[in-house]
Every structure is written in structure tokens, then in C-alpha cells.
Write a protein that binds this ligand. Structure first.
Ligand code: PLP
Length: 366
């Protein structure tokens, strides 16, 4: 019999999600768990969302709006662009995969950073693309020339996570503009701005302000992070109507559910809640980073809602030891195997993380 699973799928390293709290409860019987593993907003979504959902009567027997009209109109108004420049995804993750499928054919080429979000690689492999994973400088910092050098006549898509997961680093405005104007015309540049709301560097610039620099540009956004709606799976892409129409050809017709569309619209309408929770995170990012540095850890400068910090021992061993403390962080794979990534949580969660980290390292449990 021939293979059930295609060889390129068998060969790929699957995405390793953050460990769910309930899984750790089942495994170790720990009740009080702090999850700082998936860069979620620890304050949750706008109270408007929670109020509306608790009293809502959705027509659950009806399919969702396949075109997401109301949410797309709200996003169009928010960004001051026409609604036909936007399409919705089941999280931005789905859109990463969709961009690979729509814009590149087998044996064409993709470029992305390394270390960066693993789904650019997974999306490329699924589509049987060749790819170049461009090493970040010191494994932490973007270098635009390195990205440009990796582009070939066969390159169809170039992904940049800005700010980058898992390093928290970013491409400053002038360099981003240079990238967008220097990448050859035939390449679609996809700027993934999942963590944009947390970037406060004076020279950070959203790609939405640079749309006039090139035609082949896709900007990915999500409601999973700062908007606090990770459970509902809503992301979107901003691009030309030509790109949006092409994505819609392949996008599953009902890829974003009714509740997700409704909740995202309400979350978008409450910019005050967004600003307040982002402000708390940015403040606590500095506090936690400072406290870690005081304790002698190397911490990568972060423009996102997480910190990457170097361990004196294997990061995975520290991760495992922290699980026994009821604290879930994220171990990293090579070349960051001695680092862990921790989401900035509420102040009390950050304190618990710090205390647990000190304890497991002091007691040499790793
Ligand atoms: C850089 C980046 N892009 C995209 C995503 C996917 O987010 P979602 O599918 O929840 O929108 C993540 C999630 O961790 C991410 O870190």
C-alpha cells in the first residue's frame, strides 16, 4: 500500500502549542496554575464583549456571515480603508497558511526569519515550497540585508513577524521601509503584526502606514493577543482587493464563527479597554524585565507582551521544573534551547513566576 501521509507532512516538525492549564491540572493535580505560555492578554477582552455574550441570543442553527460584513466594515472604518481590502481568518494562523497556498506553487520559494513564528515554515512545507529561514543576528535581531539576500527569482512570499515572536525584536521604521521598497516586485511581503499593540518604541511603525511603498503587501492582524479573544479565533489580513479576492477563493466559506465576529466587533469598539490593558502590560514588561536583570538573567529587549530570557541550564529542564510549580512558560527550540519565553501576566502572576524561577534554580531542580 502507498503511504497514508505525504512524506513532506511526515517530515515536518509540528507546532508545539503552549500547555493548556487543564492539561497540567490533570497531569500533576495542581489547582493554582499561572499560564504565561501563549502571549494572551491576562486581563481578557473588553467587558462589552462579556456582557453582550452572556445575554446574547445568537442564531446558532444558522451559518455565520460568510463575508463577515459587519466586522469588516468596522475594521475598514478603524483603519480608514475600504472593506474590500480586508478578509477574515480563523485566527491569523489560518491566513498564514492561506497566503502560502494562494500565492505560491510547489517548488517555489518562501523566506522568513529564524527564530520566528513556526507557522511560516509549516505553511511553506504544507505547500511543498522551498524555503530559506534567515538567521536573526545573534539569534535575536532582524537584519534587512540578510532578508533581501535570501530572496531569489523563485521567492513568492516573505514573512516578517514585527515585533517578532519569540524574540520581541522589531524592524525600525526606516529599515522596514527599506525592506518594503527593496524586495523585488514579484514577492508578496507579509508583515505579521500580531503584537503590534505592545510596540512602544518611537521608531516602530505599523505597516498599515507604509502601504503605498509596494503593491504586494499583506498585513496580518489578530484579535487573539491584545484584544483578549484567543479562544474565538479571529484574525484578518489587509491587502489589495486582488489579493483579498484570491484569498476568498480558497478560504473556507464559514471560517470565522458568528460569536467570534460579534465579539471582535465589540472588542474593536472598546479602544479604552485595549489601551488600558496594553499600558499595564508595557509597564509590567519593564518591571519584570528589570527584576530578571537584577537577578542576573540575560533578557532580550521586547516590544511584545512577552520576554525571552536566557537560563543557566537547558530551557526545557527549567520549563519542566516550573510546571511542577504550577507555572507554565514556553521552552524554545534550537538555536534558543537555553532560553525560555514568558508572557507578561498580571503583577501577581509575574511575582509567582519570578519566585518559582528562583526556587527551581536555587534548589537545583534542573
Ligand atoms: C507572530 C504570530 N503570528 C500569528 C499568531 C497566530 O495567532 P492567531 O492565529 O491566534 O491569530 C501568533 C500566535 O502566537 C504569533 O505569535
Amino acid at each position: 500500500m502507498s503511504n497514508l501521509v505525504a512524506p513532506h507532512i511526515l517530515a515536518l516538525t509540528a507546532y508545539e502549542p503552549g500547555k493548556p492549564e487543564d492539561e497540567l491540572k490533570r497531569e500533576l493535580g495542581i489547582e493554582e496554575i499561572v499560564k504565561l505560555a501563549s502571549n494572551e492578554n491576562p486581563y481578557g477582552p473588553s467587558p462589552r464583549v462579556l456582557e453582550a455574550l452572556s445575554g446574547a441570543h445568537f442564531q446558532l442553527h444558522r451559518y455565520p456571515d460568510p463575508r463577515g460584513h459587519d466586522l469588516r466594515e468596522a475594521l475598514a472604518a478603524h483603519h480608514s480603508i475600504p472593506a474590500d481590502h480586508i478578509t477574515l481568518g480563523n485566527g491569523s494562523n489560518e491566513l498564514i497558511d492561506l497566503l502560502c497556498r494562494v500565492c505560491a506553487s510547489r517548488d517555489e520559494h518562501a523566506v522568513f526569519g529564524h527564530p520566528s513564528f513556526p507557522c511560516y515554515r509549516i505553511g511553506s512545507i504544507a505547500q511543498e515550497l522551498r524555503y530559506t529561514a534567515v538567521s536573526l543576528r545573534d539569534n535575536l535581531h532582524w537584519n534587512v540585508d540578510d532578508l533581501l539576500e535570501a530572496v531569489t527569482p523563485k521567492t513568492k512570499i516573505l514573512f516578517v513577524s514585527n515585533p517578532n515572536n519569540p524574540t520581541g525584536s522589531y524592524i525600525p521604521a526606516a529599515e522596514l521601509k527599506r525592506l518594503l521598497t527593496s524586495v523585488p516586485e514579484h514577492v508578496l511581503v507579509a508583515i505579521d503584526e500580531a503584537y503590534l499593540e505592545y510596540a512602544d518604541a518611537s521608531d516602530f511603525r505599523p505597516a498599515t502606514q507604509l502601504r503605498d511603498t509596494r503593491e504586494r503587501l499583506a498585513i496580518l492582524r489578530t484579535f487573539s493577543k491584545a484584544y483578549g479573544l484567543a479562544a474565538l479565533r479571529v484574525g484578518y489580513v489587509i491587502g489589495t482587493p486582488e489579493l483579498v479576492l484570491a484569498l476568498n477563493r480558497l478560504r473556507a466559506p464559514f471560517n470565522v464563527g458568528t460569536i467570534g465576529q460579534h465579539a471582535a466587533r465589540l472588542a474593536l469598539s472598546d479602544q479604552e479597554h485595549l489601551a488600558a490593558t496594553v499600558e499595564a502590560c508595557v509597564r509590567d514588561r519593564a518591571k519584570l524585565g528589570g527584576a530578571l536583570k537584577e537577578r542576573g538573567f540575560e533578557v532580550a529587549p521586547s516590544q511584545a507582551n512577552f520576554l525571552l530570557l536566557k537560563m543557566p541550564k537547558a530551557g526545557r529542564a527549567v520549563y519542566e521544573a516550573l510546571l511542577h510549580e504550577g507555572v507554565i512558560v514556553r521552552p524554545m527550540s534550537p538555536p534558543l534551547e537555553s532560553w525560555i519565553r514568558v508572557t507578561v501576566g498580571r503583577p501577581e502572576e509575574n511575582t509567582r513566576f519570578l519566585e518559582s524561577l528562583e526556587r527551581v534554580l536555587r534548589e537545583s531542580r534542573v
